[in-house]
Design a protein around this ligand. Structure first.
Ligand SMILES: [Zn+2]
Length: 468
């Protein structure tokens, strides 16, 4: 949750010269780097580089050991889980995993939300707990807890793939993620900041108007980066600009483009690969640190089995695949046991093995992360508006609707504790991304309708609808 001091920091940051902002961005980068890339990260990454090729029996054995530990810890340290059954004693690891999970209840988001205090492990001292928030796919804010080791293991899955593609920790790179690193009110370039600690150029996602995109592309040509990472929607906007103007990057300059946080749509992949001159490698993860899947050369998503177990609540299947909601069990979070957690995304799992040769569970796709853009009156396109609700736990559920360029409508279900202060905060959060150029209508309701396929969409815009 944003405190007064964070708002004050934001205000001070916004009024600093660019040079000093770069310095702050670099210091934050150094802090992030040290937190993530600890000794535990390096040891884990080394171990997991060895197990990526299996054999699958070894992967099941690792999963089983970690699952048993998770269940025993949950029984002992999480009051919510005190009555869980003991893990299966079956000889075969795969069978044991199935048996153990089969006797566990499914954890729904609402149940997690209502029981968070009783799910957090009591034996982790408060000073070791790290805190986060997620808006999830439903716009419902969840409070999250994890440890430094959890984060290190999350990044081991990320860097296992990157290292295999020849990318190193200190390599220069472009980042297109949701951090507000350039004041939203700023109308002149630069719309990017440099973190010199690990050679990162961070591009603002909140200034991507048709006029500004050319400047983004110039900057991409300025820097000898090795890879790019970010949200597919943002990378795609820049890719379209390069393709339209014939200003694509030299093929092979970048070793790879890494996408995450949203569904990667097929046309986005094609445009990004053509414009950035490198292959796109997608990843599916979650703020709950309960699941991780990384792409392979076949464009399938492989479950990082050392890190999580993924079940499919099947609604549709053929001989080749099964499709349904994902139930994920996180093996790397000692602070929060997410066991058979219904994360809200739908995936299609291959029944056979992947032609790329990597053993273990593999998905053809995971969706439920498709979001529309909001288009502002000046033509800026803004994705991931659902992030606004990350810090708003007095909002039960929310959806942003846009049918005109003049205003957006925020439909929401107010929860306990929602008052005029919360309302002002919500407006501030929205303004911090949109700026002041359009109207914002808040519309409290009792219920928000689902799509015909049963999915909830956090953002619906008839103006900014993605098109190729
Ligand atoms: Zn594969």
């Amino acid at each position: 949750m944003r405190s007064m001091s964070e708002l004050a920091e934001r205000y001070v940051f916004d009024h600093l010269p660019v040079f000093t902002q770069n310095l702050f961005v670099s210091m934050a980068g150094q802090q992030r780097f040290r937190n993530r890339f600890s000794d535990h990260f390096h040891t884990t990454l080394e171990n997991w580089q060895e197990t990526i090729d299996g054999p699958v029996d070894l992967l099941h054995q690792i999963q089983r050991e970690r699952l048993d530990r998770l269940v025993l810890r949950a029984r002992e340290h999480s009051p919510f889980y005190k009555d869980l059954s003991e893990p299966s004693r079956a000889d075969d690891a795969h069978e044991a995993i199935r048996e153990t999970l089969a006797q566990m209840p499914v954890l729904e988001k609402k149940v997690y939300r209502d029981n968070t205090e009783n799910i957090i492990a009591r034996d982790i001292p408060a000073r070791r707990l790290r805190r986060g928030m997620t808006s999830g796919t439903t716009g419902t804010a969840l409070r999250l807890f994890y440890t430094r080791e959890t984060e290190a293991e999350e990044y081991a899955t990320v860097w296992r793939l990157r290292e295999q593609l020849g990318v190193g920790l200190y390599d220069p790179h472009f980042t297109f993620t949701g951090k507000i690193i350039v004041p939203v009110t700023q109308t002149r370039p630069p719309f990017w900041r440099h973190n010199s600690y690990n050679n990162q150029t961070l591009f603002s996602l909140y200034h991507m108007s048709p006029d500004n995109l050319e400047l983004y592309v110039d900057q991409l040509h300025e820097i000898d980066a090795v890879y790019a990472n970010g949200y597919p929607s943002a990378l795609h906007l820049v890719a379209r600009e390069m393709l339209t103007k014939g200003t694509t990057l030299t093929r092979g300059q970048l070793k790879a483009v890494f996408t995450s946080s949203e569904s990667l749509l097929a046309f986005q992949r094609d445009d990004i690969e053509e414009a950035f001159g490198a292959k796109v490698w997608d990843r599916y993860g979650s703020a709950e640190f309960a699941v991780s899947m990384t792409a392979c050369p076949q464009q399938n998503l492989h479950v990082d089995m050392e890190y999580c177990i993924v079940e499919v609540d099947v609604i549709e299947e053929t001989d080749q695949w099964e499709r349904g909601q994902l139930l994920v069990t996180g093996l790397a979070n000692d602070a929060t046991p997410f066991i058979r957690y219904r994360i809200g995304d739908v995936g299609t799992r291959l029944k056979g093995s992947c032609p790329c040769g990597r053993p273990g569970d593999v998905f053809l796709d995971v969706d439920g992360r498709v979001e529309d853009f909001i288009v502002t009156s000046s033509g800026r396109k803004i994705g991931r508006m659902d992030h606004i609700f990350k810090s708003m736990d007095q909002v039960e559920e929310a959806q942003i609707l846009q049918t005109t360029l003049e205003e957006i409508e925020v439909v929401f279900i107010p929860g306990a504790g929602f008052d005029s202060t919360t309302e002002s905060k919500l407006r501030r959060e929205i303004r911090s991304r949109l700026g002041d150029e359009m109207g914002v209508r808040l519309n409290p309701v009792n219920e928000i309708a689902r799509e015909p396929n049963g999915k909830f969409r956090a953002v619906k815009s008839t103006i900014g609808k993605l098109s190729s």
